[in-house]
Design a protein around this ligand. Structure first.
Ligand code: GDP
Length: 462
């Protein structure tokens, strides 16, 4: 067996020759990460044969010869479930792949013919691509690092939306009765932490995204561990100094210690061991889903994205730059499930995504991180059609709903700017979820996956 040191060394050498790339896919849950990574692996494996990748020059020119799976280098990270995902899509009727819930990895080796020729250029070259998938919820925890328990509790108390408060009502009533100076009762803490986690899960289900701590929603291997048994105290009336002088066995000191442990032992290690090592990233956003869900959730998504994007803010004084030197050199931001709207609306989807992320995009450009916004469908589940009504042609979509009903719909116009009150009142937006389409081709049908692949790795295949 090879020693870990020599593996590290050979990894380093590969990287030095610019032939290894670590590419990470993230997004909030339901954004479409699992579908995207399944499709990405599928397209690369079938590049050069069935895959339709006209927007990727190496494929268009016939130079991309295909991809092979290799054993992944990080033995502690679960393998991305590509085969089960493909099996679900090939089932009768086809099903969406089961979403991943933590970090996972898959290593591919791409074979291609370099475009340039020269005496130093080999005829066939390889690119080792390490693909990662991790929950965007984990990035919502970055801002938590700049808080102490006191300021975090206060920040959590700012979520005043009526619908959102309703989802936490039982927990809020119970927490209001607690005395921060009282002795901590383990079983009560565990029960209240579970109530809080349930509130977060309900909020997630209702379409809210700005939810902390992220691991309460997707605990991965930490399921049931005491490090997750804490919650904010939104009703603190005493001064910070008074609270911090309370004895170690008090409720306040116990919650505060767990909060610190979560910061040091859960949040920081993810950034240090994984995030810091990614070369490129794509952030997926379900803009259309939020548009479908209504104004309060759309606003919540916008807030969550602003927070999530702080992890890519490499400005000199950013929290991240103080933790380590970030190295990603390229970022893509993609609105997923573009097959939920008619093709004439795709331009608006990108404009809306850019409007939603206007501030973070400005910061990224200022920090000189190349970034591209696009819209795509990883796995196309609808067909674009035209309907003629009273002599007038209009675009429509044909697909099969999750319940198995064949439908022909016009989901609505996508606003090119952030929707205002008028949009929600007058127009709205409505579409069903579709089932993946059955297909005989090895390669999955998609919209603009090739454009995304070109931006993310195209330069390494020239
Ligand atoms: P994850 O939680 O980010 O991994 O999200 P998934 O990849 O599991 O996607 C969540 C759901 O979104 C899927 O079950 C599908 O219903 C839907 N979805 C994802 N990608 C697409 C797509 O390209 N087209 C359509 N129509 N639906 C999609």
């Amino acid at each position: 067996m090879r020693q870990p040191l020599s593996r590290e060394l050979s990894n380093l050498l590969e990287r030095g020759r610019d032939r290894q790339l670590r590419l990470a896919v993230t997004g909030l849950s339901q954004a479409g990460k699992t579908a995207f990574l399944t499709s990405l692996v599928n397209q690369l494996r079938h590049a050069g044969v069935e895959a339709q990748l006209g927007l990727l020059p190496a494929a268009r020119e016939g130079r991309l010869l295909g991809a092979q799976r290799l054993n992944q280098p990080d033995l502690g990270v679960p393998r991305f479930p590509y085969d089960p995902g493909m099996a679900a899509l090939r089932d009768t009727p086809p099903r969406w792949p089961e979403p991943t819930r933590g970090i996972s990895e898959l290593r591919l080796q791409l074979r291609y013919r370099p475009a340039r020729s020269g005496w130093l250029t080999p005829e066939i070259a390889h690119l080792t691509l390490d693909l990662f998938d991790y929950p965007g919820e984990w990035l919502l925890d970055l801002p938590l690092l700049q808080h102490d328990f006191y300021s975090w509790s206060q920040a959590q108390a700012l979520h005043e939306g009526e619908q959102r408060r309703g989802l936490f009502s039982e927990w809020l009533t119970a927490v209001e009765q607690l005395d921060p100076a009282g002795e901590a009762d383990e079983s009560q803490l565990a029960a209240l932490a579970e109530d809080y986690a349930q509130g977060l899960r309900r909020a997630k289900q209702a379409g809210f995204s700005d939810l902390q701590p992220g691991r309460f929603l997707l605990p991965g291997e930490l399921e049931g561990a005491p490090v997750l048994q804490f919650f904010p105290l939104p009703q603190l009336t005493d001064s910070k100094a008074t609270l911090e002088a309370l004895p170690a066995n008090s409720l306040y000191a116990t919650l505060s210690a767990r909060f610190r442990y979560y910061q040091q032992q859960v949040v920081k290690p993810f950034y240090r061991d994984h995030f810091r090592r990614f070369d490129r990233q794509i952030v997926l956003v379900d803009v259309l889903g939020a548009l479908n869900a209504g104004p309060e959730r759309f606003e919540d998504l916008s807030q969550a994205l602003r927070q999530l994007m702080h992890s890519f803010d490499y400005g000199k004084r950013s929290l991240l730059t103080r933790l380590f030197t970030p190295k990603i050199d390229r970022l893509a931001i993609a609105a997923t499930k573009a097959d939920h709207v008619t093709p004439d609306q795709h331009g608006h989807v990108v404009q809306l995504l850019e409007a939603l992320l206007a501030e973070p995009l400005k910061d990224l450009r200022f920090a000189n991180v190349p970034v591209k916004a696009l819209s795509l469908a990883s796995i196309r589940a609808t067909e674009a059609r035209e309907v003629v009504h009273e002599g007038k042609r209009s675009p429509a979509l044909r697909g099969t709903t999750l319940e198995g009903e064949d439908v022909l719909v016009y989901p609505g116009d996508v606003p090119a700017r952030l929707p205002t009150g008028d949009f929600w009142q007058q127009q709205g937006f409505d579409f069903p979820s579709f089932r993946p389409m059955p297909s005989n081709s090895e390669a999955l049908d998609h919209i603009r996956m090739d454009a995304a692949i070109d931006w993310l790795i195209g330069d390494k295949l020239s």
